[in-house]
Write a protein that binds this ligand. Structure first.
Ligand code: NAP
Length: 471
């Protein structure tokens, strides 16, 4: 596909191959944008931002709702594109399209809710003749940098609110998975978005990222990806608004009174969907000693039963990782943990980019498996004694994006909610839960700022204060 800058679909001077992670074969190419392309895109976006300012809230709502119609019409193609470029199984590819429909619908509705408020200035002494109110205005240009693992819906979480808030947006999709973002760009243009209000620049983040985020015309950078890149962008962006949606190694706590069947179902869903390549994947399962072996005995057969292979086949549960090098990394982390005393209870082998869903028992909290982000189809299980140790271990991480507890005890559930440092706290449900309307974002090294259309629109707009000095 071509990239979209300066109101045109353009080929660029050199190309990047897009590879199907399962077959290892190229499926398409996209341009490798240069720094000059980025500068042209941002210049064009400045004109796009002016065009957006001329639209009413209702115009923006209508454009986004027309995009929803087109997303539904193109559902099958988009789902297959996601699976072909990212490797998730086709049911998850189609689900991502359905979630994108929700994200854009919510964004459209938020276009109608950019409220200000009256401020009672006469409540401050001597201000009887002052009248104040706020108005919310677009920031202007939003740069949206997205990761490979949800190549459509995570782009929608940035583009939808940016448009709802009246901004122009410059998308930089992940180089492994740029096709879904280009197709979303096509849909928004077909839906009537002004030609220069959107740009989709493909190419390596390390080559063009600095030019995108440091440009002073850009007023907001919204990034989803790894902590390392997020930190670099935060330093490079300078004085502009930034939202950082970064990684994690989510804990799931199992207390003695938990319903083990529910825990097993939640661990399988939260640990292995999209081959574990989800920022809120369950990675550290923290189990009270009294139910530790019962839990492992119940979990192992369910994980062994997951079928692996071609993600286009409807019977397959777990497809390939996005790159074979990532699968090799996961394999090596598993071997390292086993070498340090962990027990491999299920899976763990590898065939190319496909890793057999794995369970590691007796994982020690000092192992890399407990400390860093695995981002692969394996969970580590660690025994603890009681709620105090469970909460302490859950918090013994630099991350804080999603956490879960299984218990029937209300006091323990409330302690978990209040004491665990995490953006999302799931009680009797797995860590991998996201409804696209909810506020979503991490604490600590998992990031700053929130997504979810209502919250993202706030972060992509500025509040102005108007004071009328009456006499
Ligand atoms: P990544 O390597 O950090 O890449 C993310 C994006 O940043 C890509 O578009 C990448 O471009 C770009 N990039 C790379 N270097 C850059 C630079 N110097 N300046 C600007 N942009 C640059 O992450 P990933 O491997 O795609 O995604 C996995 C990570 O994302 C995991 O850590 C996961 O937890 C996190 N994630 C977080 C959330 C959340 O909501 N919190 C959701 C999903 C994923 P290239 O592809 O061209 O390198």
């Amino acid at each position: 596909m071509k990239m979209y800058i300066n109101g045109n679909w353009t080929s660029g001077t050199s190309q990047i191959e897009v590879v199907n992670p399962y077959s290892g074969k190229p499926i398409d190419t996209v341009p490798a944008a240069t720094v000059e392309d980025v500068e042209m895109a941002i210049k064009s976006a400045e004109r796009g931002a002016n065009a957006m300012r001329a639209l009413s809230a209702f115009d923006r709502y209508e454009i986004l709702m027309r995009a929803v119609v087109l997303l539904n019409e193109r559902r099958q193609d988009l789902g297959e594109t996601i699976t072909n470029e990212e490797g998730k199984v086709i049911s998850e590819g189609l689900l991502e399209v359905d979630r994108c429909v929700q994200t854009i619908t919510w964004s459209a509705e938020e276009a109608k809710r950019l409220f200000g408020e009256t401020i009672p200035l006469d409540a401050a002494p001597g201000n009887e003749m002052k009248f104040g109110f706020t108005v919310r205005v677009p920031v202007g240009i939003v740069v949206a940098i997205s990761p490979f693992n949800f190549p459509l819906n995570l782009v929608a979480h940035k583009v939808g609110p940016a448009i709802a808030g009246g901004n122009a947006v410059v998308i930089k999709p992940a180089s492994d998975t740029p096709l879904s973002a280009l197709k979303l760009t096509e849909i928004l243009l077909d839906a009537g978005l002004p030609a220069e209000a959107i740009q989709c620049v493909t190419g390596s983040g390390s080559a063009i990222g600095d030019a995108l985020v440091s440009n002073p015309a850009v007023r907001k950078v919204t990034f989803t990806g790894s902590q390392e890149v997020g930190e670099h962008i935060t330093h490079t962006a300078g004085l502009k608004k930034v939202t950082m949606e970064l990684g994690s190694n989510s804990p799931l706590i199992v207390l003695p009174d938990a319903d083990i069947d529910k825990v097993v179902a939640a661990t399988v869903q939260s640990g292995y969907s999209n081959a574990g390549q989800v920022c809120i994947s369950t990675q550290r399962v923290i189990v009270d000693k009294s139910v530790y072996s019962d839990f492992l005995d119940a979990l192992a057969p369910s994980v062994e039963a997951l079928s692996t292979g071609d993600p286009m086949r409807e019977t397959v549960n777990v497809g390939p990782m996005v790159r074979e090098s990532d699968a090799a990394r996961v394999e090596s982390w598993i071997q390292e943990a086993v070498g340090a005393g962990a027990r491999l209870v299920a899976g763990g082998g590898r065939d190319g980019a496909v890793v057999r869903p794995a369970i590691l028992a007796d994982v020690d909290r000092n192992m890399r498996f407990s400390r860093d982000e695995l981002f692969g189809p394996a969970v580590g299980v660690t025994p603890v004694s009681g709620i105090d140790e469970a909460i302490e271990f859950a918090n013994d991480t630099r991350f804080g994006l999603s956490a879960a507890i299984f218990t029937e005890n209300l006091d323990n559930a409330m302690r978990f909610a209040l004491e665990v440092d995490s953006g999302n706290l799931n009680i009797n449900g797995g860590t991998q839960f996201r409804a696209d309307l909810m506020p979503y974002g991490g604490l600590k090294d998992s990031g700053m700022g929130k997504e979810g259309p209502r919250y993202a629109v706030e972060e992509m707009t500025e509040l102005k204060m108007v004071i009328m000095h009456r006499s």
